[in-house]
Design a protein around this ligand. Structure first.
Ligand code: ADP
Ligand code: RBF
Ligand code: MG
Length: 455
């Protein structure tokens, strides 16, 4: 993994040479980007075929970008300040976590909050975006680029400020790294911005997918690509089809069930400009960019808890136990009514085996309601409950009670078992956190009058 250490702003170099042109990043390598109406996997495969050697691709990008920077005297980009502000707005305006931080600060003794709001910027440009994000409420900004010179230049924005290059301090940090190599501990991120950088990733679909997996529920994902004013047809036809890339990701625009409430908004209206105060985004061709903004569904509590009680039946025998995640499959015919209005996805709640004297108490659980698109058997919806406790035995045929309290994310197709299990582990962590919340327990107490297991 090519994960270089952050380097200090003081190492930022003096830049010489000619001024940046109207489209300074236009020197990108023109790799054909496949736009497909049906989605990410096809795109991902095509992209994988096209990119023989990711390391070589990244080196080429680094060299191009280094060259751009070393050939510039005036470090400005077209519409730089406006664009930085617009993108920071798309990433953070009315962000649910920003409001939570403000509330927390209000309630704290010293008027400050210890909560963080982390943003990931892919593509350093001149560092203005990182600065704008910090101004608009981000506490930590991690800036990635393949080009050391580009990072140096971006870091110059922070010369003489309190920006940190190491550890967990707030401020901006600059790393020479590929977005696919960013380890989970750097996150979770509340906002990710591809700053004119997605199209030049070795594998844009994979880069976007990995970035989304680094996010927290409620996060914004912004993809902005600069367009030259004189964008010709050839350029438009090779333009990245961002919608196709996100089709298999947990970034969706609608939620049909009024019962679950609004989980996300998406704005991908390329051509329209929206009010800057809008809580979604606005696209900004006047700044020479096409920008898409998505939101990862926030972790949220269902308005009405959904209660299910059904016998545990045999599943696919694929051995989720081998994955370390046994799932008790509920008889779907019995829970059909409860399933009405529930979207496919991952939920959290409490489960119990009411007929088991030893394990009769409620314990935390995660529940997948879905068609398991990761696997070829993906026909038909199943309800699978993974209880967060050790029963020490199987309980096929026994009745299981489940109270579903909240929604974690939509179901996704993963590129293999390992990626799925990693995400399930993250789901479990999020579920534990949500279920530890006293309000959550009190609500279930009211509706089911339950006692939680000490385990
Ligand atoms: P299947 O494909 O038949 O559902 P799994 O590998 O998913 O098989 O294992 C699920 C079975 O494991 C459940 O039906 C249950 O009997 C048992 N089990 C043991 N511990 C748990 C647990 N903590 N959560 C869910 N099921 C469990
Ligand atoms: N399967 C998928 O194909 N995509 C998912 O996003 C997904 N999420 C899951 C989340 C949790 C918490 C659990 C317990 C299961 C999930 N599954 C998902 C189902 C998984 O594929 C299934 O449990 C195994 O294939 C065994 O049937
Ligand atoms: Mg199972």
């Amino acid at each position: 993994m090519s994960f270089a250490l952050a380097f200090p702003a003081t190492r930022a170099r003096a830049l010489g040479g000619s001024a940046l042109g109207a489209r300074p990043l236009g020197a990108r390598s023109k790799r054909p980007v496949i736009a497909s109406s049906r989605p990410a996997l096809r795109v991902a495969r095509a992209a994988t075929d096209a990119v023989v050697d990711k390391a070589a691709h990244n080196e080429e990008q680094a060299a191009l970008r280094d060259e751009m920077v070393s050939g510039c005297t005036e470090c400005t980009m077209p519409f730089e300040a406006e664009r930085a502000s617009a993108l920071a707005n798309a990433a953070l305006a009315d962000h649910s976590r920003a409001s939570a931080i403000a509330r927390d600060a209000d309630e704290s003794d010293d008027g400050t909050s210890k909560m963080s709001l982390r943003a990931l910027v892919v593509g350093a440009e001149t560092g203005k975006l990182a600065r704008a994000l910090l101004q608009k409420g981000a506490t930590h900004v991690l800036v990635l680029d393949h080009s050391r010179l580009m990072l140096d230049r971006a870091a110059e924005q922070f010369d003489g400020t309190s920006s940190s290059t190491m550890g967990n301090d707030s401020g901006a940090r600059f790393l020479r790294a590929d977005v696919c190599d960013v380890p989970a501990y750097q996150g979770p991120f509340d906002a990710v911005v591809f700053n004119d950088s997605l199209a030049t990733q070795a594998d844009p679909a994979e880069a976007l997918r990995r970035a989304v997996l680094l996010t927290r529920p409620g996060a914004r994902v912004v993809v902005s690509e600069r367009e030259s004013v004189e964008a010709d047809e050839a350029e438009s036809s090779t333009r990245l089809d961002v919608d196709a890339l996100v089709a298999d990701l947990p970034l969706q625009s609608t939620l049909d069930s009024p019962r679950l409430g609004k989980t996300m908004r998406r704005s991908d209206d390329d051509r329209s400009r929206r009010d800057e105060s809008s809580d979604v985004t606005f696209v900004d061709l006047s700044c020479g960019s096409v920008t898409h903004t998505y939101e990862v569904p926030p972790l949220f509590k269902l308005r009405d808890a959904v209660a299910m009680s059904a016998p545990v039946v045999e599943g696919f025998g694929r051995g989720s136990r081998l994955m370390g995640v046994p799932t008790a499959n509920l008889d779907v015919d019995v829970v059909a009514e409860a399933l009405e209005g529930m979207r496919r996805g991952v939920y959290f709640g409490f489960a119990r085996l009411p007929e088991d004297g030893k394990h009769g108490k409620w314990c935390k659980c995660v529940v997948n309601v879905g068609a398991r698109p990761t696997f070829a058997d993906g026909e038909g919806v199943t309800v699978e409950v993974h209880a967060l406790r050790d029963f020490g035995r199987d309980f096929y045929g026994e009745r299981m009670d489940v109270v579903v309290l909240g929604f974690l994310r939509p179901e996704m197709r993963f590129d293999g078992l390992q990626a799925l299990v990693a995400r399930i582990m993250a789901d479990i962590g999020l579920a534990r956190g949500a279920l530890d919340d006293r309000a959550c327990r009190e609500r279930v107490d009211e509706s089911v009058g339950f006692q939680v297991s000490d385990e």
